[in-house]
Design a protein around this ligand. Structure first.
Ligand SMILES: [Zn+2]
Length: 367
């Protein structure tokens, strides 16, 4: 089958690979829509974020079928031992795969797995005609959710995880820094999760409009404009909660760590800050100010996991889309066709500002 291979940092090429082998506990999915995450873009560019060293090591040994954990498609085969997933089902998959046998997994806590696999990182992902995943990772799509929206669900699950990690209480004020896809999803989740006033800071007027549409009470620029707005919005006390989403590698158009400084500045004493951004392995943080203000810093988990007894975060996120509560479709600005368009999708996703993109560019695959 055809698949995208990473030959070296920055060098993606379409090639032929063997068909994935469907083990007894696996499902093979015909990919219909896939998008590169910004983290994947950073890793492809060779940035020193988590998993960089592992990828560099593998590239020394030859081309790697890398990337493509945000996707949706149709099940085309299931292993002999699989129950509950059937051929023809419209599905997506959770990217993080518990190993099933470490001490944490043995206690039934797969979300604490010591050596999780990750689709598109530790095993081939969906930048291909077909992808094979453990059947336990498969998540069926509600009939109201299309392949394109489903391929965009993982960032929404990330926003849900950030909201949960912050343990937002009814009426708390929330500042969201950044008006990109993670910022806008954070606004939507805050709005559906008992937040009080929600303010968004982004330099883009277009994103400020979108932020208001997604439920923000107000949206302002950055720098001094933000400082003034924080004082007005909170009476000078600072925000209960800040969700920082705009930091990260400047190679993909992100703001370095200055947004983390802004987040800590804007939080109240005893407030909480979530860093949703993927920062370099050894990023500089305002540790002294955080200590002085007794700020709690949290990071969201990735897509896998549960808070409810019977509903995973992925299922909940698909439910938010199915019920029309979070309009992820409004964020999908670029839809390309065919695996040969992955290079173009990469360029757009690596420089969203220039291309006017909000969500990563999506690639439709197959029929
Ligand atoms: Zn494990």
């Amino acid at each position: 089958m055809r698949a995208v291979l990473l030959h070296d940092f920055g060098e993606l090429r379409l090639g032929d690979v063997p068909e994935p082998e469907c083990g007894p506990h696996d499902a093979v999915i015909d990919v219909r829509c896939v998008q590169l995450s910004v983290t994947e873009c950073m890793l492809i560019a060779g940035d020193d974020v988590a998993l960089h060293d592992q990828l560099a090591d593998r590239l020394r040994r030859g081309p790697v079928q890398f990337g493509g954990h945000e996707f949706a498609g149709v099940v085309s085969a299931v292993g002999a031992a699989v129950t509950g997933v059937r051929v023809g089902q419209r599905v997506t998959a959770v990217e993080t795969l518990p190993c099933g046998h470490c001490v944490s997994c043995a206690r039934g806590r797969g979300d604490g797995c010591l050596t999780p696999g990750v689709i598109g990182f530790t095993r081939p992902g969906a930048l291909a005609e077909r992808v094979c995943v453990p059947a336990t990772a498969v998540v069926p799509l509600p009939s109201e959710v299309g392949f394109s929206e489903a391929a965009a669900v993982q960032p929404l699950a990330g926003a849900v995880h950030a909201h949960a990690a912050l343990a937002v209480r009814p009426g708390e004020s929330i500042l969201v820094i950044g008006g990109g896809v993670m910022g806008l999803l954070a606004v939507a989740v805050a709005r559906h999760g008992n937040a009080g006033g929600v303010l968004v800071s982004t330099r883009s007027e277009r994103k400020r409009e979108l932020a208001r549409r997604f439920g923000a009470d107000d949206a302002v620029g950055a720098g001094e404009e933000l400082t003034r707005a924080v004082a007005e919005f909170t009476g000078g006390a600072g925000f209960d909660v800040v969700v920082e989403t705009a930091g990260g590698s400047r190679s993909v158009g992100l703001a370095g760590t200055e947004t983390v400084d802004a987040a800590v500045q804007a939080a109240r004493r005893g407030g909480r800050v979530a860093i949703v951004s993927v920062l370099p392995t050894r990023a500089e943080l305002p540790a002294g100010t955080m200590r002085e203000k007794a700020i709690t810093l949290v990071h969201p988990r990735s897509g896998a996991g549960y808070y409810a007894q019977h509903t995973s975060v992925f299922e909940h996120s698909l439910g938010l889309i199915a019920r029309g509560q979070v309009d992820v479709g409004a964020l999908i600005t670029h839809r390309l066709s065919g695996l040969e368009a992955v290079q173009e999708a990469l360029e757009i996703t690596c420089d969203k500002e220039r291309f006017g993109a909000i969500n990563p560019a999506q690639v439709q695959v197959g029929s």
